[in-house]
Ligand binder design. Structure first.
Ligand code: SF4
Ligand code: MG
Length: 313
């Protein structure tokens, strides 16, 4: 795994308790999920809400532990253990409102012992703020004094403070206005180039993902149904679900449009359909799809696919 940042093989159920606790029920949030994120690249996980992509993000960053399977890191470039940082959708919720911005960013620097002494730490905080397009004067202010986009910049600065090589970004721009979204995405791309970062980028928005990702893995009800290089997937989607997603790239002015065109919500992961979980919504489902789950196999032109009807090399 030398050239790899991480190899994932979460090949068995991970159990989570549902929010309504009575009766206690568990679900397989993700299953048979295997993928590789190459160093310096961006892999996007795409799918509707509830497909398991945030669960994968939390597994990768160690917030959750898989019940089975493994998450393997390659070595970091300086021999330290590979450090992954997470950027969340809602910086408002993930930034401590009672802390000044300078303290928020300084904390990981102290915790990881990356600078000695207050002057060096303050200097590093100022440098990080400039890196994300904010001002060194912003250290004394509180998160609520900033706009949503600026708060996401603060989150990024905090994530960078521990000098990670790997960032897991869970819908980092979904809560932002479209114009601000583009600014944050451009910043993230610039940082990736300048710092050689590796991204696992989680999104429901294919337009956003096309802008960011080298490779895409499409998830449906806890499984990866198709994966491949970004442009290959856009040019030639082979899984019926990917095809539908591409036809219904969310219109940013109408957040519910994709839902309507997709024929309703996905089924509950608590009670997934038999056979191929997509069959109730699939326009080309046949008899076998209702009883036999498709295996994951090589996708024509590269990548992977799980569909009985997909073309075979
Ligand atoms: Fe549709 Fe069958 Fe393919 Fe599932 S396996 S996506 S139901 S054609
Ligand atoms: Mg989510």
């Amino acid at each position: 795994v030398d050239q790899l940042s991480r190899v994932f093989d979460v090949s068995a159920p991970w159990l989570t308790r549902m929010i309504d606790r009575k009766p206690k029920r568990y679900l397989r949030a993700v299953q048979d999920v295997t993928f590789v994120v190459e160093r310096g690249k961006c892999l996007a996980l795409v799918g509707e809400s509830g497909c398991g992509k945030s669960t994968v993000a939390r597994l990768v960053t160690g917030l959750y532990r898989p019940s089975e399977g493994a998450i393997v890191f390659g070595p970091s470039s300086d021999g330290r253990p590979m450090e992954a940082q997470m950027i969340f959708q809602d910086p408002h919720a993930s930034l401590n409102p009672r802390w000044r911005v300078g303290d928020i960013i300084a904390e990981p620097i102290r915790e990881f012992g990356l600078r000695e002494g207050n002057d060096a730490i303050n200097g590093r905080v100022a440098e990080l703020l400039r890196t994300v397009g904010l001002s060194a004067d912003d250290t004394k202010r509180f998160p609520h004094e900033f706009s949503g986009g600026q708060r996401q910049r603060i989150s990024i600065a905090r994530a960078l403070a521990s000098e990670p090589e790997f960032l897991v970004c869970d819908e980092p721009t979904s809560a932002l206005d479209v114009s601000v979204q583009a600014q944050i995405l451009n910043l993230m791309r610039k940082l990736q180039d300048e710092l050689g970062l590796t991204y696992l980028f989680i999104s429901h928005n294919l337009a956003v993902v096309r802008h960011m990702a080298d490779r895409i893995a499409v998830m449906y009800l806890g499984r990866i149904v198709e994966s491949g290089e970004t442009e290959a997937l856009f040019a030639n989607p082979q899984h019926p679900y990917t095809q539908l997603l591409l036809q219904t790239i969310p219109d940013v002015t109408s957040p519910n449009r994709d839902r309507q065109m997709m024929g309703g919500e996905p089924p509950s992961p608590l009670d997934p359909p038999k056979g191929c979980a997509f069959h109730p919504r699939c326009p080309v489902a046949s008899e076998i799809c209702r009883s036999v789950a498709p295996d994951v196999r090589q996708r024509q032109g590269g990548g992977s696919i799980a569909c009985h009807m997909a073309p075979i090399d």
